[in-house]
Structure formats: structure tokens, C-alpha cells
Ligand binder design. Sequence first.
Ligand SMILES: Cc1cc2nc3c(=O)[nH]c(=O)nc-3n(C[C@H](O)[C@H](O)[C@H](O)COP(=O)(O)OP(=O)(O)OC[C@H]3O[C@@H](n4cnc5c(N)ncnc54)[C@H](O)[C@@H]3O)c2cc1C
Length: 273
Amino acid sequence: MKTLIVGAGLAGLVCARELQAAGDEVSLIDKGRGYGGRLSSRRREGLSFDHGAPELHLRPEDLAETDVLAEWRPEGGPARLVATPRQNELLKHLGAGLAVEHGARALAVAGRPGEWWVRTDQGERGPAERVVVAVPAPQAVPLLAQAAPQLSERVAQASYAPCWTLLYAPAADAEVPAWERHEPDSGPLSLVIAEQSKPGRGPEPRYVAHATTEWARAHLEDSADEVQAALLAALAEVWGGALPEPRYAAAHRWRYARVAQPLGEPCLNVPER
Ligand SMILES: Cc1cc2nc3c(=O)[nH]c(=O)nc-3n(C[C@H](O)[C@H](O)[C@H](O)COP(=O)(O)OP(=O)(O)OC[C@H]3O[C@@H](n4cnc5c(N)ncnc54)[C@H](O)[C@@H]3O)c2cc1C
């Protein structure tokens, strides 16, 4: 069966591999310029930051790609699973051998059973006998509104929690705290990770801090500069003193970071009509 998948994040890629292994002719489109989605990593000043999901809640046996997965044992805490040398490396491995088109934003699914098309900002893609939409639910709603209105309404019932993440690197010779993974119990931050403590990242000190959902909701429409200043101040509290002058700092908004209200089903299916 010819299958077109919208979204080449972890969900879309795992789905593509399963369908390809079952004999489907699969292609994927993704609006991003490269692999990442919510498992994105950013490289700046020669440093990499995992500014999306910081850890993987998978068992290594869930995926065959164990050579890109490694255990991270932050000081004083349980072992966690990460991809090396960056989180988005997992997606690159999953995408190898698949037909993935990056830089194409889907605008709408159209067509009829047996002959589906996806309208994108790069032109139409298809026809396909099956379309899989593997993007955060609020972004799936407009894509499905015309071709599958009932499905679109159902998908609209899921809600997401936003997150602001702060990326911060002090000078290479700055004094840094001893902790490697810290969960503040009050204030705007819920999690701070010393990226250099993860396997395969290199020793240069750099941090990714996550705002709490409540803080992110309250500051969702603030500018990135305002958020960066506020979260640097919050990080200084956690640090226990003035932060060393940043070599690099940025704030990134995730409007749909995590599912807050799930639909209770891993996947919705519209049978052939
Ligand atoms: C800050 C942060 C922290 C997180 N923490 C955790 C955690 O602790 N535990 C956990 O289990 N999960 C966490 N997550 C969520 C986790 O990252 C995702 O569940 C996981 O990466 C799977 O994502 P996905 O494939 O469903 O969606 P995504 O990774 O969002 O992939 C969707 C893809 O679709 C593409 N796309 C979207 N719209 C379109 C369109 N119109 N046309 C074409 N392409 C489109 C996007 O570019 C993207 O690549 C976190 C996420 C963030 C951002």
C-alpha cells in the first residue's frame, strides 16, 4: 500500500519503519529543515544543546538503534536513556533508508478513499492509498478539517502543555555547580540539565533549563528576549549566585511540548468509506 506520512518526528518515523517492514511503499514529509521535531538539538558556538525532550522514556529493547542510545547516570539519580551525541541523532538513524522530504509544510489532506493527496507549501504530494498524520494534535486539526471532519473534531479534544526552554553556556573556564541534573522544587524552573554530563557531548559547560508548565502558560506570548532574561535570573537562583557571563544564551518556545489531555488511544483510524 502507498502510504504518505505527515511528520518525521519520532512517531512518524517509527510508524514509517513498521509500515515499510510490512511491505508498504512509504514516504514522509516534514516542515522542518532537518531531523528534530520535539527531539531537536541545536548547535551554536560549536556546542550542542538538547532543547527538546532531554531524555528518552524508552527501554533500549524498544528500538534496535542501541548504538545511538546510551545510558546517562546523572550524579545522585537513576540511569536515564539519551541518544548520542545528540538527541536528534536517534531520528537520523530511524530515517536512514526512508524517503523523507524535509522543508515541506502540509496545509491540508484532500482526496477520497484510495486516492489521498496532501497539499503542501511546495505543491501537492500523493496520491497515496493511506495518509498518516503524525504531528501534535492541535497542528493535525486544520490538516484534517476538510477530508476527515469528524476525526479532526476528535483530535481537537486533546490538549497540550507548553514549555519554554533556556539554553545557556558560560565561558569554558567558568566555575560551575557540581550537580548534573537538578529539579528545583519552587520557582519558574522545573528541570536544569548540565548537557556536558550526558554521554558523548564533550566537556564544555552548557545548560538547558525547562520552565514549569504554569510559568510557560503565563508567559507563552512574551518575547524570547523577555523570557531569556527571566529564566537566566531563575537559573542564577538555582546556581546559588551570579551566573558567569554567557558565552551563549537563548530561549526557545514549545507551544505543544507535552500532551496534557490525551485521547486515551495511541492512534485514531478512519476506516475506508
Ligand atoms: C521541552 C520538551 C520536553 C519534553 N519532555 C518529555 C519527557 O520528559 N518525556 C516524554 O515522554 N516526552 C517529552 N517530550 C515530548 C517528546 O519530545 C515527544 O513526545 C516525542 O519527541 C515524539 O514526538 P512526535 O513524533 O509525536 O512529534 P514531534 O516530535 O513534534 O514531530 C512532529 C513532526 O511533524 C512536523 N510537522 C508538524 N506540523 C507539520 C506540517 N503541517 N507539515 C509537515 N510537517 C509538520 C514537525 O516539524 C515535526 O518534525 C518533551 C518535548 C519537549 C518539547
